[in-house]
Write a protein that binds this ligand. Sequence first.
Ligand code: FAD
Length: 220
Amino acid sequence: MNVKLIGYTSNPEKLPAMAATLTHSKIKPENLNKLSEKEQSAVLEQVIKLRHTSVIEHASFTFAISDVSRSLTHQLVRHRIASFSQQSQRYVNLNEPNYVVPPSISKNKKTKKAYDDTMETIWNHYNTLLEMKIPAEDARYVLPNATQTNIMVTMNARSLLNFFELRCCLHAQWEIRMLANKMLREAKKVAPRIFQHAGPSCQTKRICLEKKKDCPLYPK
Ligand SMILES: Cc1cc2nc3c(=O)[nH]c(=O)nc-3n(C[C@H](O)[C@H](O)[C@H](O)COP(=O)(O)OP(=O)(O)OC[C@H]3O[C@@H](n4cnc5c(N)ncnc54)[C@H](O)[C@@H]3O)c2cc1C
């Protein structure tokens, strides 16, 4: 899995700080860009603490994500407050077997072999259908959830906080959790004040949405 932050609002913390200050000030928004770093920090800390997070919607982040499974992207695109562009299985011919192997399968030689054999059989059938002049858009019906894919996603900071709360949680599946943690690391580099406390709800709110008392992170 590769995850790269390839674009973001040029000043992702200053704009939300200006927006927050505007709401409690007579100063016109165009004159708010003189906010010091200290003032920006203080106002951002306050809005995040109070969950007045509409102001952080002014900052957007775009991630390039490659070599993930279709299972993962199916979960990812359920996040509606986002924009997506994904490699098409209608227009891209996927004749080479490229697939994700879950760790629970790869750790055992026997299960790994059974899995690889299944993938080989599936791709043989896919290629046979293409040879029989079935269009790629129909031949793809035999491809598995494991099929590798590439996707770009843009989310604003508020939507990302929600995404991290749900998907950094140990209850989320390993692949999307890995993605969420990588995205969080990238986002923190450019907007450390917005994302400093981001993560699963047990970290952000000290509550477990899943009520999983056997989870090692279950809040004491
Ligand atoms: C551990 C886990 C297990 C899951 N299992 C399943 C499952 O078995 N089956 C399944 O179908 N899904 C499942 N999901 C997906 C889940 O139900 C959500 O669809 C997904 O996490 C997106 O979350 P979201 O709606 O908060 O995000 P977004 O769609 O980005 O929405 C963000 C927020 O905007 C608001 N919002 C967005 N759209 C609306 C709307 N139409 N009306 C009102 N408010 C809105 C809500 O406050 C929402 O939290 C699972 C998710 C997780 C994390």
